[in-house]
Structures are given as C-alpha cells and as structure tokens.
Write a protein that binds this ligand. Structure first.
Ligand code: FES
Length: 129
C-alpha cells in the first residue's frame, strides 16, 4: 500500500483530535466491512464552523482523512463545509490508494451528519451564539 507523504504526515501528526464540550452537532459513521468508526463534533457560530474535533478508530487513511476534513471545514460556512467532497479531501492529501477512497468518503459523511444534526437541533435557524 503506497500512501502519499501528506497522508503519512497527517496520520503521524493528526490535528483537531478529541471531543468538544456541548457540541452543536455530532456526526458518527461506521463501516461494517472494515469496522472503522469516525465521530465529528462541531461548534457553530454565525453560520460558520467555529470549532471542530474528531475521534476515529480506524486505519491510517481514516485518521488522515478525518484530520484533514476538520482542517478544511474549520472557519467555513455550513454550506461550504457541506460541499467538501471525498474527492476534494483525497486531493488535499495528495491522493489515496483506490481501496482507501471509502475512508475519505466516511470522513465527509461524518462531517455532513454533524451539520445535519446541528440543523435539526437548531430547527434550521442560526442559534445566534
Ligand atoms: Fe475503512 Fe479506512 S479501511 S475507513
């Protein structure tokens, strides 16, 4: 398995690991085939992702893509964050082996779920915090 240098950097030194206290949105995804699990917490202010953290139990690509998706989403509007695709994410990591593209897809799904969770909880309104 050939990982890019960028994937290895993120895997060895992931950013935004952990959980947020009282998150505004939580997204959790699991893949029954590989057994990996990802969780994303977000804090939202003025329609922007003010803070974001992840916890991932998974392969090197799962850790690297989770770390990278939090960095891409930080400070973005909810719409911009929701528009991050698994292809964008893989590109930011200078590519992923084809069998690892599902790791990238899981990371964007976890982020999208956190955004949906926030919107559901806030009733679609900006919470004005
Ligand atoms: Fe399943 Fe990486 S092998 S998330």
């Amino acid at each position: 398995m050939q990982y890019s240098k960028k994937v290895m950097e993120e895997f060895m030194n992931p950013k935004n690991i952990g959980e947020l206290k009282n998150p505004d949105g939580v997204g959790k995804v699991g893949n029954p085939t590989c057994g990996d699990i990802m969780q994303v917490h977000i804090k939202v202010k003025d329609n922007k992702i003010e803070d974001i953290k992840f916890k991932t139990f998974g392969c090197a690509a799962a850790i690297a893509t989770s770390s990278m998706v939090t960095q891409l989403a930080m400070g973005k509007t909810l719409e911009e964050a929701d528009n991050i695709t698994y292809e964008n994410l893989a590109e930011s990591l200078k590519g992923l082996p084809p069998i690892k593209m599902h790791c990238s897809s899981m990371a964007t799904k976890a982020l999208k779920k956190a955004i949906i969770d926030y919107k559901t909880k806030s009733g679609g309104k900006n919470n004005g915090k």
